[in-house]
Write a protein that binds this ligand. Structure first.
Ligand SMILES: Nc1ncnc2c1ncn2[C@@H]1O[C@H](COP(=O)(O)OP(=O)(O)OP(=O)(O)O)[C@@H](O)[C@H]1O
Ligand SMILES: [Mg+2]
Length: 268
């Protein structure tokens, strides 16, 4: 049973009160996301992608409209909506396993034995290929590895929704490609619903079922939604010359650089 509006954003508005007055960041956001769907949010810097993701995460409250997850109003962060941030937010004094374990304990601590919690922690690290680094501290591993541990921590909570804010933004192209491929496999296996913020057009097309393209701010909204009907599993090398892929890519580029091209003005 899948729901076509597992996540539902209805008429969401976000106005920030700043020292310089009110800032209308998002207006009239309407979006429905199906269970198991992979949705990318793309748009120029400062348009409000993170704000929308944080609204879905429950880290921000909308100043208007309503957000629902599984028919319940999103009023606060919850373990069913795990977040992966751009700058891996691992606790530096804990090992990789301890970082993951903390999240596992929060979600399953009341109902499972110590051995079960431990097994969950190690399984999540294995899933992202980090089992070997369980006892290492964050400063002892690379940026890409930290990001993988962050993803493991999120997945270990068995969230209904995985929310990712430019999770690979700080990585070099090769590491980024490897993690994208891993993410594709993991999501295929776990059937998670994913909302991912990205600046990267290729990343959006490769990973997504739909790409939500946002207009420039202030008062940004959803400009267009592109359906990416490419079959899965997707292979980046084969796709590079695929006509459907090239067409999707072109449509996103056209939206970003032709129709929403005035980045400087928007970011000011
Ligand atoms: N807490 C806040 N208080 C005031 N203004 C804010 C706050 N958070 C975000 N904004 C403003 O809202 C707009 C959208 O910000 P947001 O971080 O969502 O953009 P973004 O699309 O994620 O940008 P980037 O791609 O650079 O990460 C920006 O103009 C930003 O300055
Ligand atoms: Mg952002």
């Amino acid at each position: 049973m899948t729901s076509t509006d597992f996540i539902k954003v209805e008429g969401a508005e976000m106005v920030f009160e700043t020292r310089k007055g009110r800032f209308h960041a998002l207006r009239e956001i309407d979006l429905s996301i199906a269970q198991g769907e992979f949705v990318a949010l793309i748009g120029h810097s400062g348009c409000g992608k993170s704000t929308l993701l944080n609204l879905i995460a429950g880290l921000l409250k909308p100043t208007g409209g309503v957000l629902l997850c599984d028919r319940r109003e999103i009023a606060a962060p919850g373990p069913e909506r795990a977040v992966v941030f751009q700058n891996h937010s691992l606790l530096p004094w804990l090992s990789c396993a301890e970082n993951v374990h903390l999240a596992v304990e929060r979600v399953f601590g009341a109902t499972e034995t110590k051995a079960q919690l431990q097994a969950r922690t190690l399984a999540a690290l294995e899933l992202v290929g980090m089992g070997h680094a369980a006892t290492k501290r964050p400063h002892e591993i690379s940026g890409g590895m930290k990001q993988r541990v962050g993803i493991a921590r999120a997945l270990a909570m068995e969230p209904k929704v995985l929310l990712m804010d430019e999770p690979f933004g700080a990585l070099d192209a090769l590491t980024r490609a490897r993690l994208q491929d891993e993410l594709l496999k993991i999501v295929a296996r776990t059937k998670s619903t994913v909302v991912m913020v990205t600046h990267d057009v290729d990343e959006a097309v490769l990973l997504s079922d739909r790409i939500v393209m946002m207009t420039n701010g202030p008062a940004a909204t959803i400009g267009e939604i592109l359906r990416v009907d490419l079959p899965r599993p997707r292979d980046r090398v084969a796709l590079a010359e695929d006509r459907g892929y090239v067409q999707c890519r072109k449509e996103v580029l056209d939206f970003l650089y032709t129709r929403q091209g005035h980045v400087e003005k928007a970011a000011a």
